[in-house]
Ligand binder design. Structure first.
Ligand code: SIN
Length: 279
C-alpha cells in the first residue's frame, strides 16, 4: 500500500484492494485518514456487499434519514443525478450531519457512473483553514459554539423541497438541531478544526443570525481558499473516504445532460469536544 499526498488535503492510496483488507492495512488506513483527512482509492471493484463489508470493518453504519436508499440495500444512500435533472445533491460546501448531536464520522462514496466531463467533488480542510487564522481570531473562536440544523435544508420548506424527484425525502424527519463548539478537537488527530459550514450552521450560540453572518462569511471564505482545497476527478471505481470533522465537500453540478450515480455509506461518529490545546 502506497500513500501519495494529493494537496493540502487528501491523499491517494495506491496498490490496495478494498475487498480484502487485513488488520494491518486497516490500521494504516485509519492513521492515513487522521493525517490526510480524505482518502481516495482508484480502480476498486466493489459490489454493494463489498462496500457494506468495508464500512462495517471501519465502524458502525449511520443510515441517513433523507437520502433514497439503493434498491435492496437500505444502508447505502443513492446519490444520483439523471441526465434530465437540473439539481444535484450536495451542490454547495457542507459537512454531513453537523445537525446531529453526534455528527457522523464520515462517508465512503463510491463512483458507479460518472459523466465524461465534470461532476468533480471539492474537498476543503477545516484544520488547515483554522491554522491559517490569526492568533487573535483563533482565541475568540475557541470561546464560541454554533447552532446547526437540518430543518432549512431537508424540511418541508427546505432547500431540497420539491426539487429532487424523490431522491431526497422524509422531510418530516428534519427536526434535528445541535450545538457544537466552533473549534473542535479532532477525535483522531487531536488537531483544532473549524466546525461550522455554510449549509447547516445557523448562527453562533447567543448571537443573532444577523450578527453571526459577517464572521461566518469570513470563515467560509477562508476555508474555501484554493490552498485549503482539493478537487477530485472521479472515475468509475473511485472511492473517497472523508472525515466530516476535518473536511467540507461540494459536489460540483456542471454536467447537465449526463448521468452521475454514486453510492454513499455514512459512518457513525461521536459527540465533539472543544479544542483545549494551545493554538
Ligand atoms: C455528498 O454530499 O455526499 C455528495 C458528494 C458527491 O456526490 O460528490
Amino acid at each position: 500500500m502506497r500513500i501519495e499526498r494529493a494537496g493540502k488535503v487528501g491523499a491517494f492510496v495506491c496498490d490496495v484492494d478494498l475487498r480484502g483488507l487485513d488488520a494491518g492495512a486497516l490500521h494504516g488506513l485509519r492513521r492515513a485518514l487522521a493525517e490526510h483527512e480524505v482518502l481516495f482509492f482508484r480502480d476498486q471493484r466493489l459490489q454493494p456487499e463489498d462496500h457494506l463489508r468495508l464500512a462495517e470493518l471501519w465502524g458502525k453504519i449511520n443510515i441517513n434519514r433523507f437520502f433514497r436508499p439503493v434498491a435492496g440495500y437500505p444502508a447505502i444512500a443513492e446519490v444520483l443525478k439523471e441526465a434530465h435533472q437540473a439539481g444535484n445533491i450536495g451542490g454547495g460546501w457542507h459537512t454531513d450531519h453537523s445537525y446531529d448531536v453526534e455528527p457522523a464520522l464520515g462517508s465512503m462514496l463510491y463512483a458507479r457512473e460518472v459523466p465524461e466531463h465534470g461532476g468533480d467533488t471539492l474537498f476543503a480542510s477545516v484544520s488547515s483553514a483554522y491554522a491559517a487564522l490569526s492568533e487573535g481570531l483563533q482565541r475568540t473562536l475557541l470561546t464560541l459554539r454554533a447552532v446547526h440544523s437540518s430543518r432549512h435544508v431537508f424540511g418541508e420548506a427546505g432547500g431540497y423541497s420539491g426539487q429532487t424527484e424523490g431522491r431526497i425525502g422524509n422531510a418530516e424527519a428534519a427536526v434535528q438541531d445541535a450545538v457544537h463548539p466552533v473549534v473542535i478537537e479532532h477525535p483522531a488527530s487531536g488537531r483544532p478544526c473549524l466546525y461550522v459550514n455554510p449549509t447547516f450552521t445557523l448562527h453562533f450560540e447567543g448571537w443573532s443570525a444577523e450578527e453571526s453572518a459577517p464572521l461566518l462569511r469570513y470563515l467560509y471564505d477562508v476555508v474555501g481558499r484554493p490552498e485549503h482545497t482539493y478537487r477530485l476527478q472521479w472515475q468509475p471505481g473511485t472511492l473517497a473516504l472523508w472525515d466530516n470533522r476535518a473536511t467540507w465537500h461540494w459536489a460540483v453540478n456542471d454536467y447537465h445532460g449526463s448521468r452521475r450515480l454514486m453510492h454513499r455509506i455514512t459512518l457513525d461518529g461521536e459527540p465533539l469536544s472543544a479544542f483545549r490545546g494551545g493554538t
